[in-house]
Ligand binder design. Structure first.
Ligand SMILES: [Zn+2]
Length: 220
């Protein structure tokens, strides 16, 4: 079953070579938005998921992302509830900055989850790793997403990856989580749309990539 994760990652890296202009433009806007926020004293990072993650987004695509941040109010809990004032401020600022930079007020940004890095830091220091779902989610998103401001949290991920017991525990959990994520219709749709677009432009996908895509779609 961990085959699914491998297939997904291979495919993601292949597709990355076909980055659309829009995907690059957006990633750059997110980088600047995070920088704007850090100038106000809020240090955050993001993992971008969904179509931007594969470089296949268009002007009309929504953005799915995960917020990684530090909140003193909720450091016991691992993530902030939706009514946390810090969380609300951060996502509002990011949205504002993105809308201004991309000049598209209609762009929908969905924050699917958030992770409190203060909790992550404390858990790693205490060695509280096994069965710690917040840490599972952190490493899962790192492997699936497209990072913005990666230096803020990469050390934590590396320490988790260096722990063989943790990796053994996370694989079955991650396989199940990935299966759930991939079964969403939206995900399949963006793939189909992208392939159609490539074909209609007369651009042929490399045979190998086409095969991989087929196998992958059959497996989810
Ligand atoms: Zn909070």
């Amino acid at each position: 079953m961990d085959n699914l994760i491998e297939k997904y990652l291979t495919l993601k890296n292949r597709y990355r070579n076909y980055d659309t202009k829009e995907a690059l433009r957006r990633v750059q806007a997110f980088r600047l938005a995070v920088k704007d926020l850090s100038e106000k004293g809020y240090h955050v990072a993001l993992e971008l998921l969904g179509s931007i993650n594969f470089g296949i987004c268009e002007v009309s695509s929504d953005v799915d992302c995960i917020l990684l941040h530090s909140c003193e109010l909720h450091k016991q809990e691992g993530s902030c509830p939706e009514d946390c004032p810090n969380y609300i401020f951060e996502i509002k600022e990011i949205e504002k900055s993105i809308h201004r930079r991309l000049q598209s007020k209609d762009l929908k940004i969905d924050f699917l989850d958030n992770i409190n890095l203060l909790y992550v830091d404390e858990s790693i220091k205490k060695g509280d790793l096994i069965d710690n779902e917040v840490l599972y989610r952190l490493l899962f998103y790192r492997n699936l997403g497209r990072p913005v401001n990666r230096p803020l949290f990469i050390n934590y991920c590396e320490r988790l990856e260096d722990n063989p017991e943790f990796i053994r525990e996370i694989i079955p959990w991650a396989t199940e989580a990935l299966g759930g994520y991939l079964r969403t219709n939206q995900h399949r749709l963006s793939f189909n749309k992208y392939n159609e677009r490539i074909l209609s432009k007369g651009l042929l996908l490399p045979k190998e990539l086409e095969e991989e895509l087929k196998k992958y779609l059959e497996s989810v």
